[in-house]
Write a protein that binds this ligand. Sequence first.
Ligand SMILES: *[C@@H]1O[C@H](CO)[C@@H](O)[C@H](O)[C@H]1NC(C)=O
Ligand SMILES: *[C@@H]1O[C@H](CO)[C@@H](O)[C@H](O)[C@H]1NC(C)=O
Ligand SMILES: *[C@@H]1O[C@H](CO)[C@@H](O)[C@H](O)[C@H]1NC(C)=O
Length: 330
Amino acid sequence: MPNVRLLFALALFFAGAQSVPFIVLHGIGDACKHSGIRNFIKELSKWSGSPGYCLEIGNGSWDSWTKPLLKQTSIACEKVKKMSDLGQGYNIVGLSQGNLIGRGIIEFCDGAPPVKNFISLGGPHAGTASIPLCGSESLCTLIDVVLQLGIYSRFAQQNLAPSGYVKIPIDIAGYIRGCKFLPKLNNEIVNKRNSTYRQRFASLQNLILIMFEQDTIVIPKETAWFGYYPNGALHPVVPVQQTELYIDDWIGLRALDEAGKVKFVNVSGDHLDISRSDMKTYIVPYLTDEASIVPRPKLKHSSGWISSIWSSLAEMFGLNEDLEVLSNDI
Ligand SMILES: *[C@@H]1O[C@H](CO)[C@@H](O)[C@H](O)[C@H]1NC(C)=O
Ligand SMILES: *[C@@H]1O[C@H](CO)[C@@H](O)[C@H](O)[C@H]1NC(C)=O
Ligand SMILES: *[C@@H]1O[C@H](CO)[C@@H](O)[C@H](O)[C@H]1NC(C)=O
């Protein structure tokens, strides 16, 4: 007779030791072939012992700027369904704009494998008040056209990815009417709220929201925690727990938070400028072994919000942040 107890122990051991794969969704203007992103994934893989994949959409650099985010999300959705390694569940690490695609996969992608942990770095989850700087001449020309036609024009929505999440606090009506991505993702549209999106997002095991204390790219930086300007005004930033999205729980963020599954993390540095030690502290544990991460009941956290100053749309920032910070830093 086989030693049942031993077999059971071995099965437990292997189940416990089995690593969960992760995918990384890069930011705007970046590409999976860039060395920064490759090193980032390599280090996370090495430290966690889990396989990591960079999920590319089109050719990365150009397509991340120009393909509408609904389109990018549906491409990513088809890709994750075809990756056999993800079938038993996987984790997502989102960088900047990539976070919105990650949430799009979770909320919209029918028949996709389950996402366990979602680790978000500098995500414009509640929108951003500014387009990141263009960088190349053709992109700047495109942005000029968009600024003239309007960010919520059909042209912008079809040709410039960030138009899917630029949220102008003094034009909420225009945003709800014209913006094709974020209002849907955040279940912001009255009468069009889809409980499936909420239910799917609320099924995450852990949601790690990393905000960069000196972020100059996503405006305001608190958007990384789902904080944003109040409707109709340019300040002060409303902390996440006081937003309608949280209070009325449009996407399940409050349910997750009350179950102790959300970590609001604040790291020092500009956009995506994360140190190795912060990677080890805030990312690696969630990639290592799902069983070891047991959510704790919610503790009241103090937020100490710093009021942010409105930056006009025309004010642009160095795109190279998104392109090179990871490679400089890691
Ligand atoms: C990327 O692909 C698009 C088509 O989606 C193409 O128009 C563009 O020229 C390509 N850019 C680069 C740099 O390969
Ligand atoms: C909500 O989203 C799900 C998943 O995409 C979809 O199957 C369903 O038809 C949507 N419901 C409504 C009312 O639009
Ligand atoms: C983030 O951390 C810095 C430095 O520790 C602190 O001064 C600031 O108040 C924190 N911000 C939030 C929103 O917790």
